[in-house]
Design a protein around this ligand. Structure first.
Ligand code: PEP
Ligand code: MN
Length: 348
């Protein structure tokens, strides 16, 4: 199958393509891409790749093999990096992203953001729209939570990542956040993947709790093929049979993902274990196995958190974890990423 993208503003690309199919092949689908382009899937004319690619309205044409091609490691053997605020995710530096599971109040978010800064985190995570298994649990502050995140970013300089649950909310969340998180439960919400694929904003795509790696990479391809190449993966545990663990953190899957795809891969040991006392060990293991960073849940008083308190570190525990990551990173030939200008304040 051929994946063809138009040049921006080229309305006639579809008729150009049809004319050059000469009744052979099928135009299966067309879709909106980033930067005002359109994409086209054309079946049955793989031998016409060069001819279609040379059309004046066509920006690029390539042969794709289902279910994922563009995110395969071979496409970019050196790996790709995704800019998040002033930092790069996926390069030599290991990134620490930290924050509460859910944004609860300005005071809570301020306390956690200050702890994240002291620990040397380069990003603040926090849910405003919370997908909860029970409809009776805290669902997040919604727009108010987004506003609090944006305010705390202004105050601290920490770029923020927060979840978007529906295609309708993509623009609103993108107005407030530096990176959009797609949660585990939405990894195969294809309309949502398409919606974040056609905007120009980094996406943190969490692995589904029951996704195989191939299904997961196909989900990433949904975003990537629409032109948004700023995709960061995150292993957050898969459903296992051990009732003592909320999930089973698939670190072997992380090592394999790093070989299968050029996309950066983070690890979330908070959801991956469900137990705060295990989070530091699994975060260090993530670094050792070659992940590009970790996403850590933190709450000033985990025992009263409105969501995921049992797996949340205290600010002090976050700082201690950060202190232990730095020498380990150096031993592995890497460094911890730092926000520019925050070197002196970092605790490590
Ligand atoms: C979260 O990050 O708080 C979250 C809900 O994660 P997941 O989608 O991995 O369960
Ligand atoms: Mn959570």
């Amino acid at each position: 199958m051929l994946l063809i993208s138009s040049k921006p503003g080229h309305e006639q690309v579809e008729s150009d393509l049809r004319r050059n199919l000469d009744g052979r092949g099928r135009l299966l689908q067309s879709f909106a891409m980033t930067a005002g382009r359109r994409g086209f899937l054309v079946d049955g004319v793989d031998d016409r790749l060069d001819r279609l690619a040379a059309l004046p309205s066509v920006a690029a044409a390539r042969l794709v093999t289902a279910p994922y091609s563009l995110v395969k490691r071979e496409e970019r053997p050196a790996g790709s990096t995704v800019a998040f605020g002033p930092s790069q995710i996926g390069g030599r530096d290991f990134v620490l992203l930290a924050g509460p599971c859910g944004v609860e109040s300005r005071g809570q978010l301020d306390e956690v953001a200050d702890a994240a800064l002291r620990a040397g985190a380069v990003g603040l995570r926090g849910g405003a729209f919370k997908p909860r298994t029970s409809p009776y649990l805290f669902q997040g502050l919604g727009l108010e939570g987004l506003r609090l995140l944006a305010e705390v970013r202004e105050r601290t300089g920490l770029p923020v990542v927060t979840e978007v649950m529906t295609p309708e909310d993509v623009d609103l969340v993108a107005e407030h956040a530096d990176m959009l998180q797609i949660g585990s439960r939405n990894v195969q919400n294809f309309r949502l993947l398409e919606a974040v694929g056609s905007i120009d904003r980094p996406v943190l795509l969490k692995r589904g709790m029951m996704s195989t790696l191939d299904e997961y990479l196909a989900a990433a391809e949904y975003i990537y093929m629409r032109g948004n190449e700023k995709v960061v993966l995150c292993e957050r545990g898969i459903r296992g049979f051990e009732p003592r663990l909320r999930n089973t953190l698939d670190l072997a899957g992380v090592a394999l993902l790093k070989r299968l795809t050029h996309l950066p891969v983070l690890v979330d040991p908070s959801h991956g274990t469900g137990l705060s006392e295990l989070v530091p060990d699994l975060a260090r293991a993530a670094l050792a196995v070659g992940a590009d960073g970790v996403l850590i849940e933190v709450h000033p008083r985990p025992e009263v958190a409105l969501s995921d308190g049992r797996q949340s570190l205290t600010p002090a525990a976050l700082e201690e974890l950060a202190r232990s990551l730095a020498p380990l990173a150096r031993a592995l030939g890497r460094d911890l990423a730092r926000l520019p200008g925050r070197q002196a304040e970092a605790s490590v």
